[in-house]
Ligand binder design. Structure first.
Ligand SMILES: NC(=O)c1ccc[n+]([C@@H]2O[C@H](COP(=O)([O-])OP(=O)(O)OC[C@H]3O[C@@H](n4cnc5c(N)ncnc54)[C@H](O)[C@@H]3O)[C@@H](O)[C@H]2O)c1
Length: 522
């Protein structure tokens, strides 16, 4: 459940403006308590104080807080006096997090003055305001999150609130004999500086990512040569790799230099491939800026380029020096990548981390809107679940195959539509087919299948024609993940322990496709 976020602080601290920025960032509803009381009472707060007195106003605040506490996911700008009553702090804490905007009194006074100052009810004269400020500072100290506001823009303060609510997280990812640090950061540029080798760092990114992140990267990568690629899958080729090798040679990048790849899965797959093969391998750091990258592509040490129509046909297993997942970058991400990333995260949740699957099932609409706090929760759970799997099976000899859940039939959907249907949508359909196969074999109950179908159908924006019979079978037969000529499916029993099977028959598949079509059409 999403808890409410209550913004507290002295008058003039910027509670309303920061609350609105935070609500915009998280795509959540915003409410201003003073404004609500004014609407409900039919008079301005100033008139309320004059006519009905402060005591009644405080009572009304508590009643309003009790009502707001019955809802969830709200961003609430509280009146400056709200935290003075212990009962109010109790209501806020039980239903959410108390954020305190700590603002120097002079900043508050300057803002009150520019807002028309003395009309605020308790703004009388300087000494009285100072006494009130001191008294309230003592109660504001009872908070969950503290943010200093001095000389900081409302936008930046909204980000800082997110950052304080979900502090940066660092974990070790073991890949075979080597390991690396994985950092889930709100701002990758702050984490990148220690890696940079002066005169020996080469940066690979793409034009979209450069545009979105440039202001944050300025100053950090200033003297590093940078290759900005054409965005998208078309750049993930040996041809691009060749141009990058030439550019790195031209810049005299040595074997102990550093490659930094900043972008979505295309840039990190390609960057890892180029770094691992240039001069037999140079150290590299991946900065993931897409949701697909943060929940999947940047984790697990797979590097590759495509060959013609065959995706990831040439590649290797490799170990970066570090991986940084940049949560702030998700803000500028196209909606399609949020969908694709959530499909991959849901897949990981279903096969390996029930709490991740539950989070996505419970909050899917809000996640699809791009709520960065919730997305950061998804990233934490997905990254640690994938890290745990690749630790046990780096080279995909066994356990790691469960991450292909939904991909067998998903590849048939992608292939038949010439990759015009997104990978995420294709895998969502592939997961439905795998769930239906699991149900046919008595591994999963109809009730649970229905729940998963309902979630997956939210990822499908348009009607997609499903490949049938021999057509689907022949595409799946060519999948590089098959072994010994058998088509590999991952099935999902209700106990959450996925099974990799090679004996699905064409009849079983046909029945599963029919069931999925029936669900989607009905
Ligand atoms: N190595 C692995 O284990 C693994 C796992 C899953 C996927 N992949 C690979 O990942 C690739 C797909 O990754 P993807 O979906 O991130 O694709 P992508 O890298 O093409 O990014 C999608 C689009 O979003 C843009 N973008 C990325 N970050 C942005 C940001 N912060 N702001 C604005 N725009 C941004 C990109 O420029 C691109 O246009 C595929 O090539 C797939 O094979 C690899």
């Amino acid at each position: 459940m999403r808890m409410n976020i209550y913004i507290t602080g002295f008058m003039g601290a910027g509670k309303t403006v920061v609350g609105k920025r935070l609500a915009h960032l998280l795509k959540r509803p915003f409410l201003d308590m003073d404004e609500l009381i004014a609407i409900e009472s039919g008079m301005s707060v100033e008139s309320f104080f004059e006519i009905r007195g402060e005591d009644q106003f405080r009572q009304m605040e508590t009643q309003l807080l009790e009502r707001l506490a019955g809802q969830n996911g709200l961003i609430v700008s509280t009146g400056g006096g709200v935290p003075e009553k212990a009962v109010n702090r109790h209501i806020m804490r039980k239903s959410g997090a108390i954020v305190y905007l700590e603002t120097p009194l002079d900043d508050c006074l300057a803002r009150i003055k520019s807002d028309g100052g003395p009309s605020r009810p308790l703004y009388k004269e300087r000494d009285a305001v100072r006494a009130l400020y001191e008294r309230r500072s003592a109660v504001y100290a009872d908070h969950d999150v503290l943010v200093h506001t001095h000389e900081t823009s409302p936008d930046e303060l909204a980000w800082r609130i997110c950052e304080k609510m979900r502090p940066e997280l660092s974990m070790t990812v073991q890949l075979g004999r080597r390991s690396h640090n994985l950092i889930i950061a709100w701002n990758s540029s702050e984490r990148l500086s220690p890696f940079i080798k002066k005169g020996q760092t080469f940066v690979i990114t793409d034009a979209h990512v450069l545009k979105a992140l440039e202001p944050r990267l300025n100053g950090v990568l200033d003297d590093c040569p940078l290759a900005s690629l054409r965005p998208g899958e078309r750049s993930k080729t040996l041809g691009t790799a060749k141009r990058l090798y030439e550019s790195m040679l031209g810049r005299n990048l040595e074997r102990d230099g550093l490659v930094i790849a900043i972008g979505g899965g295309v840039v990190t797959d390609l960057g890892a491939f180029v770094a691992s093969t240039y001069k037999r391998g140079v150290p590299f750091v991946l900065v993931s800026t897409s949701l697909v990258g943060c929940v999947d592509a940047a984790i697990g040490g797979k590097a590759a380029v495509n060959l013609g129509d065959v995706k990831n046909a040439v590649g290797c297993f490799t170990t970066p020096d570090a991986v940084i997942l940049d949560v702030r970058a998700l803000r500028s991400l196209p909606a399609r990548n949020i969908t694709d990333g959530l499909v991959e995260a849901y897949k990981t949740g279903l096969v390996a981390e029930p709490s991740l699957a539950a989070l996505i099932e419970d909050d899917l609409c809000q996640l699809l809107k791009g709520d960065v706090l919730l997305l950061s929760d998804v990233i934490r759970l997905a990254a640690s679940a994938k890290a745990e799997i690749v630790k046990k099976d780096f080279r995909e000899a066994g356990l790691r195959k469960i991450l292909n859940f939904g991909h067998t039939y998903g590849h048939a959907v992608e292939g038949v539509h010439g990759y015009r249907v997104s990978h995420g949508v294709s895998v969502a359909i592939g997961m439905m087919v795998a769930i239906s196969l699991s149900q046919q074999r008595g591994l999963m109950s109809p009730a649970r299948s229905e729940e998963i179908f309902s979630t997956l159908s939210c990822f499908l924006p348009q009607r997609v024609q499903l490949p049938r019979g021999a057509q689907a079978w022949s595409i799946m037969r060519n999948d590089k993940k098959n072994a010994g000529g058998h088509i590999t499916f991952v099935l999902l029993p209700e106990d959450g322990r996925p099974r990799v099977v090679h004996d699905v028959t064409p009849d079983e598949l046909e029945r599963a496709i029919q069931e999925v079509e029936g669900f989607l059409n009905g």
